[in-house]
Design a protein around this ligand. Structure first.
Ligand code: AMP
Ligand code: FE
Ligand code: FE
Ligand code: ZN
Length: 283
């Protein structure tokens, strides 16, 4: 029987709504065989997820999603940081501090615009050690200022909107380098979100592969069939591992289901076997 996995999920350690433990249970009950936990800029949920996986008999791949500087933003997934993942700690701590300096600016601006929200409310919403725009968006929604998280981004928080403030990020090359130093597999996340045409993406891959990029997220929740076919072709051309996932965030992206995304996503277990083979032969 075909087995399915989800290599892109978020927990309360960043901007998902389920604790790592709940997430792992939810994945198992949903009929999946394995998930990767890929919280934004933090590995703080991994131990708990691995612990739950051991106790219920499930497979969890330790991962991470780093937001890199790019026009406007590029996300780099990391897989199998394994025993070496503590090597990422300092760099992730810098990223966390960076958000902590930026968040109060957003809140001050929103208050100036007439919204009554506080950093305490936002921290309470976050729960984990990464506090960011999705948590601000959720507080705005809970207080009735917007109807959805999406609307909060569209009107106030997204790049170019009135309450947007930039924060320092790693470049994609630095992201790749740090992940490789920690023994991980760097994978370009949701390439379609870069807003490039296929020729531009081809060119970008031509730049990042020599820097150590090893994979690309070919199967993704909001790809069209055509997108997926082009990405399969580009992955083959650049000899990249293909990965896939739903970008599950629980109630932060309520329309997305774990594993199946909007309903028709399917990520076969074989992708994971190929990643493992690559690790065996190259590391
Ligand atoms: P931050 O890292 O704090 O700047 O927040 C960025 C995160 O917000 C991203 O990683 C996404 O998970 C989320 N995000 C960005 N844009 C949107 C959007 N338009 N709607 C919902 N979530 C978004
Ligand atoms: Fe997110
Ligand atoms: Fe992402
Ligand atoms: Zn994600």
């Amino acid at each position: 029987m075909q087995q399915y996995i989800d290599l892109h999920t978020h927990s309360t350690a960043s901007d998902g709504s389920m604790s790592p433990r709940e997430l792992v249970r939810h994945a198992k009950h949903s009929g999946l065989t394995a998930i990767a936990l890929t919280d934004h800029d933090t590995i703080s949920g991994i131990e708990e997820a691995l612990d739950e996986a051991r106790s219920i008999g499930f497979e969890v791949i330790p991962g991470l999603e780093i937001s890199c500087d790019f026009k406007p933003e590029l996300h780099m997934l990391a897989y199998f940081l394994q025993d070496n993942y503590m090597k990422m700690k300092d760099i992730l701590e810098d990223l966390r501090e960076n958000r902590e300096q930026r968040n109060p600016k957003i809140v001050a601006k929103l208050n100036e615009m007439g919204f009554n929200i506080t950093m305490d409310e936002i921290r309470a919403e976050a729960g984990g050690d990464i506090v960011g725009r999705p948590h601000i968006a959720k507080v705005l929604m809970k207080k009735g200022y917007v109807e959805s998280i999406h609307q909060a981004f569209e009107e106030y928080l997204a790049g170019g909107r009135p309450a947007y403030f930039k924060r320092d990020r790693l470049t994609p090359e630095q992201g790749i380098e740090e992940i490789r130093k920690a023994g991980g597999i760097p994978v370009l996340a949701h390439p379609i979100h870069l807003g490039m045409d296929y020729a531009q993406l081809d060119e970008l891959l031509g730049e990042l592969v020599p820097k150590g990029l090893m994979g690309m997220e070919v199967y993704y929740v909001d790809n069209t069939e055509e997108d997926t076919q082009h990405l399969e072709r580009l992955a083959k051309k650049h000899n990249l591992l293909a990965t896939g996932g739903s970008d599950y965030h629980g109630t932060f992206k309520p329309e997305i289901n774990i594993g199946t995304g909007f309903g028709n996503l399917k990520v076969p277990y074989e992708l994971l076997d190929k990643i493992r083979l690559t690790i065996k032969s190259s590391m």
